[in-house]
Write a protein that binds this ligand. Structure first.
Ligand SMILES: N[C@@H](CCC(=O)N[C@@H](CS)C(=O)NCC(=O)O)C(=O)O
Length: 233
């Protein structure tokens, strides 16, 4: 029995974490039955979501989950791809995870209106008296992380340029194809979809939808992936 630990659907997304959505789509692609449950952060092997419990074996990290599914169930998530395509898509996945992710975090957490209607709900369970202090601590840690990672040092105009170039790159990989994998989705689709969908989430005020409008292939792709993997809406 496979249990995928993440959060709950919110903000019109299957999960607030694109990494959890990536892992969920990999499970769907692998054709493995699973149950999704809310994570207890005290039990996550690396302190992050997602993680998997596969018959008692704990597997943290969306990329390690992919490797686990490949190893244990013999799934080839790159099936049908030329080595050059598989390489370019792997690089694009890492651009999403290690670059665009931080732009998403900055928009959701550092923008006061977005924080109010978004991540603030993660703190609902904290005792009311110390909640503002916890929020302050988390914000302080995040500011440090964004500065260290580098995204926190860019101006809005510079961030626009970075988003534009990243969207242009993803759009180029999708041009003329239904999925990054071609006619059928591949492993990279799990990641590209999860991150583009998260960045275009209409619940938040963001520069991303306006920039993505220059690349119509992106919206069409998100709708296609959504219909395929989350037909329930
Ligand atoms: N490399 C990890 C990244 C996962 C990740 O950053 N998850 C975020 C949620 S989107 C998290 O759990 N953050 C909690 C923290 O950093 O304390 C993966 O691919 O699964």
């Amino acid at each position: 029995m496979i249990i995928l630990y993440g959060a709950a659907p919110m903000w019109g997304l299957p999960d607030p974490s694109p990494f959890v959505t990536k892992a969920e789509i990999l499970l769907k692609l692998a054709g493995q039955p699973y149950e999704k449950r809310p994570a207890d952060f005290r039990k996550t092997p690396k302190g992050k979501i997602p993680y998997l419990d596969d018959d008692g074996t704990l597997v943290p990290d969306s990329t390690l989950i992919r490797a686990h599914l490949e190893r244990k169930y013999g799934v080839d998530f790159d099936s049908g791809l030329m080595p050059y395509e598989a390489g370019a898509l792997w690089a694009a996945e890492k651009m999403c995870e290690d670059h665009l992710y931080w732009l998403m975090i900055l928009e959701r957490w550092a923008h006061p209106a977005n924080f109010e209607k978004g991540p603030k709900q993660f703190f609902k369970a904290a005792p009311a008296l110390i909640r503002p202090f916890i929020v302050w601590m988390v914000h302080r840690r995040l500011k440090k992380t964004l500065h260290g990672q580098g995204i926190g040092r860019f101006t809005e105009a510079e961030r626009r340029l970075l988003v534009d170039r990243a969207f242009r790159a993803i759009a180029a990989l999708l041009e003329g194809r239904a999925f990054a994998g071609g006619d059928a989705p591949c492993g990279a689709d799990a990641t590209l979809f999860a991150f583009v969908q998260g960045l275009l989430c209409p619940h938040f005020e963001s520069m991303c939808p306006e920039i993505a409008a220059r690349y119509p292939v992106l919206d069409a792709y998100v709708a296609r992936m959504r219909a395929r993997f989350y037909p329930e809406g």
